[in-house]
Design a binder for this molecule. Structure first.
Ligand code: ATP
Ligand code: MG
Length: 394
């Protein structure tokens, strides 16, 4: 017997396209490998999971199992092969514990087969609620990451968290500290990468998970206006600074350092993610500070920087009047002398061909030449050469 399981059944029944397909079967990992010889990998074989590659699709195939105890609160210590019902009962939420037998007779509209429900998942799917399978306190005690998963899935599916499950999550919220920071970081990344990010943030606050998950000092305030205002497809890197500011962090160099340090620990933020926060916040500080009083070259150089567009979007959300002025100025810069991203007319190699000696003055000269170009004082290679010669005779 082989059944579809978990998120893909839930998504198919909701008419959504699943991100991936999981299969559970009575076959042992050895039998699965034998059946799909040469097309399997065994990353999770000791947890009873085999990855099967079939016509370009990767499917996780697991043997029906029940999880043993969770001493590290992360992975079960032992896996015992079991029945479909026991396998459903080890899953986190009822709507995630449905099976679909593709060879069975359809018993529900939309399902291409028979839906097997041991835990009341169909009813909860209809009621659009996230409910723990079994006793929510016990299930959270096994793996407290489920608290964050509840918030993420409720947001992603536009469901609510069933009151008893929600109460248990609130009551045990501080126990999130027992979960590895890598896993917490991954959940937060998934929340922020999805168009439902503002709802996920609201649910985290409502479920008292914000403090334990994010470990940020400023008292929470506001209503996630920036997360709400982001484009649905906004990147994680754009969402991170937006979220930090919504949480009450000041968009300054000091604020950026505070978040980067806190989230490096709390969410295992990568160097790139930390840098994105720093860049976005310092660009935002400039946009809300002296940007409009800068000279043309400095404005264009600022606008060339990584995360500038993301910072501009945030500036426009925070103050629409200023946003209009900023956008108008950027349109002017775009139309002025080769635009904002004009490729330099002249480079170091050309200066060397002209007989100039590379040295400390070189970079200054190139900067001055590029400033002149951005300001429209020179616009051809000949003019750049003439200016170089005048400033720095060979
Ligand atoms: P998504 O669509 O966001 O991937 P999903 O439900 O498919 O959601 P996965 O993390 O891919 O979530 O997990 C697949 C299935 O494994 C879940 O549907 C659930 O049945 C089970 N599962 C995953 N994580 C846990 C957990 N921490 N505790 C219990 N069961 C879990
Ligand atoms: Mg999944």
């Amino acid at each position: 017997m082989a059944l579809f399981a978990g998120g893909c059944v839930r998504d198919e029944l909701l008419g959504r396209t699943p991100d991936d397909y999981d299969v559970v079967t009575t076959a042992t990992p050895e039998a699965i490998s034998e059946l799909f010889r040469g097309r399997t990998s065994h990353v999770g074989a000791h947890f009873g999971v085999v990855i099967v590659r079939e016509r370009g699709v990767m499917v996780e195939v697991a043997t029906f199992r029940t999880d043993g105890s969770y001493t590290d609160r992360r992975r079960p210590d032992a896996v015992v092969f079991s029945t479909p019902e026991q396998d459903a009962r080890r899953r986190d939420f009822t709507v995630n514990a449905l099976f679909l037998d593709p060879l069975g007779t359809p018993n529900l509209p939309r399902a291409m087969g028979e839906v097997i429900d041991h835990v009341g998942g169909i009813e909860d799917l209809r009621a659009r609620v996230i409910r723990a399978v079994g006793d929510p306190h016990a299930r959270l005690a096994e793996d407290h990451l489920r608290a964050l998963r509840a918030a993420r899935l409720a947001a992603k599916l536009s469901f609510t968290v069933e009151p008893t499950t929600a109460a248990a999550i609130r009551q045990h919220a501080s126990e999130l500290s027992g979960v590895s920071r890598e896993r917490i970081g991954e959940e937060i990344r998934m929340m922020l990468s999805h168009p439902s990010r503002a709802m996920a943030a609201e649910l985290m606050r409502d479920l008292a998970l914000e403090g334990p998950a994010l470990r940020l000092a400023p008292p929470p305030r506001g209503g996630f206006a920036l997360l709400k205002g982001l484009a649905p497809g906004a990147s994680l890197l754009a969402a991170l600074p937006a979220y930090a500011i919504d949480l009450g962090v000041e968009p300054t160099a000091a604020g950026a350092e505070q978040v980067a340090a806190a989230w490096r620990g709390a969410l295992c933020l990568s160097n790139e993610e930390q840098a994105a926060i720093r860049h976005a916040m310092s660009a935002l500080e400039l946009l809300e500070g002296g940007f409009l009083t800068l000279g043309v070259a400095r404005q264009k150089r600022a606008a060339q920087k990584w995360m500038f567009q993301e910072a501009l979007a945030l500036a426009c959300m925070r103050d629409t009047t200023r946003g209009e002025r900023l956008r108008a100025r950027l349109r002017e810069l775009e139309d002025h002398a080769g635009g904002i991203h004009a490729p330099p007319l002249i480079d170091g190699d050309e200066l060397i061909r002209m007989g100039l000696k590379p040295g400390p003055a070189f970079k200054k000269l190139l900067d001055a030449l590029y400033d002149a170009q951005l300001e429209g004082r020179i616009s051809t290679l000949d003019q750049a050469r003439a200016m170089a010669n005048a400033m720095h005779p060979a």
